[in-house]
Design a protein around this ligand. Structure first.
Ligand SMILES: NC(=O)c1ccc[n+]([C@@H]2O[C@H](COP(=O)([O-])OP(=O)(O)OC[C@H]3O[C@@H](n4cnc5c(N)ncnc54)[C@H](OP(=O)(O)O)[C@@H]3O)[C@@H](O)[C@H]2O)c1
Length: 429
């Protein structure tokens, strides 16, 4: 057997402790699988408190960036988090010192992936980040290795468990967004400041990384169109079911003739689509490749065990001597992403409006659509007691988003429209 692979872990929170546990509890099976032992030599966190795992025998560092260069280690595992600050300093220092890096930090990879991959490549070391996207689902390995023979056309997924839990609970219990969010925070599924999750930023970090690996393009987080789930109401969820759809926060990256679409937004998917039944805190990633056809992976996207499972798999790759370019192709071959503007997106739409219940209202809405080249598929309305405003929804045929936006502007300007219409995009599968 070869010498043990020596590992230093920065960050001993949920994922850090999970990683220590797996490396300790499964030391024998991991050694057998990798042909060499994996030994933790050093650890680092903010405070040296008891974490319920035995850390004796590991060198302690107060400073992660110092540990990255001074620890007796082949691999630095960064499990602190954040795109800037100490996490970035530690990863920069480790790569500059020619040490392999494993991280679960999607924000870091989404914002600095290109520079970090360049550094890793120039030093001949790995930068592995499986845990950064969809937690326990080995989607990076699937795209980079398992699907290496495919031309990809689309990758999409439920990439944020908190949003999926909120949308699932709203539907199952017929409750409103704010109330369910509060429960999610109480149960520990949502952070005290939930904005990264519910405003779609976390999913966008993951999508930018997936798009790079799927399409061989530079990571371009700034090109991701991002909408969260705050404006989704229980009325939308009810109407969606009535129309045969379920609402999911999807991250979608699609290569089109006119460039790369990267978008995160609430999406209506047909009830018959496999992704519609991915519920609660679960994540799923659906990949369309020309040879493999459509492939869906589902699993836990967060939490101690699933995330640490991915971290340990990345460490095992290094122990086995498996090195794959960070984003699947050498950095110099990554193409600029050539974003397709959202206005050019073509798709079907759902629109919910509050209309005054009086004659001629529907004709005005239909005219606003017609004048902007939008053709309607269906219209549903809830009954009104006495001439009050009523919720009305419509769905459209495929149309260009810029036309849809013009139609929405025209509808908003109608006297009989009580509040600005809410639009949700529909994906066929
Ligand atoms: N939790 C998940 O389910 C999950 C899933 C996928 C990816 N991730 C990613 O995994 C990473 C870690 O997440 P987590 O949930 O484990 O976070 P966490 O529970 O908040 O743990 C963060 C750890 O970093 C340490 N830390 C913070 N500032 C530090 C500093 N200046 N120097 C040294 N250590 C410092 C903390 O030390 P103290 O304990 O002493 O405060 C803590 O141990 C993040 O990038 C996150 O996005 C997490």
């Amino acid at each position: 057997m070869s010498d043990p692979l020596k590992v230093a872990i920065a960050g001993l929170g949920t994922v850090g402790v999970g990683t220590v546990k797996i490396l300790q509890q499964h030391a024998d099976v991991i050694e057998n699988r990798c042909g060499r032992a994996i030994k933790i030599t050093a650890v680092c966190a903010r405070s040296n408190k008891d974490r319920g795992v035995d850390l004796s025998g590991y060198e302690w560092f107060d400073d992660a960036a110092q540990m990255a260069v001074k620890a007796d280690a082949d691999v630095i595992v960064e499990l602190i988090g954040g795109s800037e600050g100490i996490a970035k300093d530690a990863v920069d220092a480790a790569l500059a010192a020619g040490r392999h890096v494993v991280t679960a930090n999607k924000a870091l990879v989404a914002h600095h992936g290109q520079a970090l991959a360049t550094m890793a490549e120039s030093k001949g070391v790995s930068l592995n980040y499986e845990a950064a996207v969809a937690g326990g689902i080995p989607v990076i390995k699937t795209l980079r290795e398992g699907l290496a023979g495919n031309a990809m056309t689309r990758v999409q997924g439920i990439l944020n468990g908190t949003c999926n839990y909120i949308l699932t609970t709203m539907r199952e219990e017929g409750r409103d967004f704010e109330e369910v969010l509060k429960d999610a925070q109480d149960f520990g599924y949502a952070e005290a400041d939930p904005s990264f999750d519910i405003d779609g930023v976390d999913a966008a970090h993951k999508l930018a990384i997936l798009a790079s690996v799927a399409f061989g393009v530079q990571v371009n987080f700034d090109a991701v169109h991002i909408e969260g789930i705050r404006h989704i109401s229980s009325t939308d969820i009810e109407f969606a079911e009535e129309l045969g759809y379920r609402i999911k926060l999807l991250g979608i990256a699609a290569m089109t003739e006119h460039g790369l679409e990267q978008r995160v937004h609430p999406t209506m998917v047909p009830l018959s689509a496999p992704i519609a039944s991915v519920e609660g805190v679960f994540n799923a990633v659906v990949t369309d490749g020309d040879a493999v056809d459509t492939l869906m992976q589902e699993g836990r996207g967060a939490g101690e065990g699933p995330t640490a499972s991915a971290v340990v798999a990345d460490i095992c790759d290094i122990a086995r001597g498996i090195m794959v370019p960070t984003f699947g192709v050498p950095v110099a071959n990554l193409k600029p992403s050539q974003p397709r503007p959202m206005g050019q997106h073509v798709g079907a739409y759902y629109v919910r409006m509050m209309l005054v219940d009086e004659p001629g209202v529907f004709a005005d809405v239909a005219a606003a659509l017609r004048d902007n080249n939008v053709s309607m598929v269906s219209m549903l309305q809830q009954t009104s007691e006495s001439g009050d405003a009523v919720p009305v929804v419509l769905t459209t045929h495929e149309t260009k988003e810029s036309d849809m936006n013009s139609a929405l502007k025209a509808i908003t300007a109608l006297d009989t429209v009580v509040e600005a219409p809410h639009m949700i995009r529909i994906e066929s599968a």
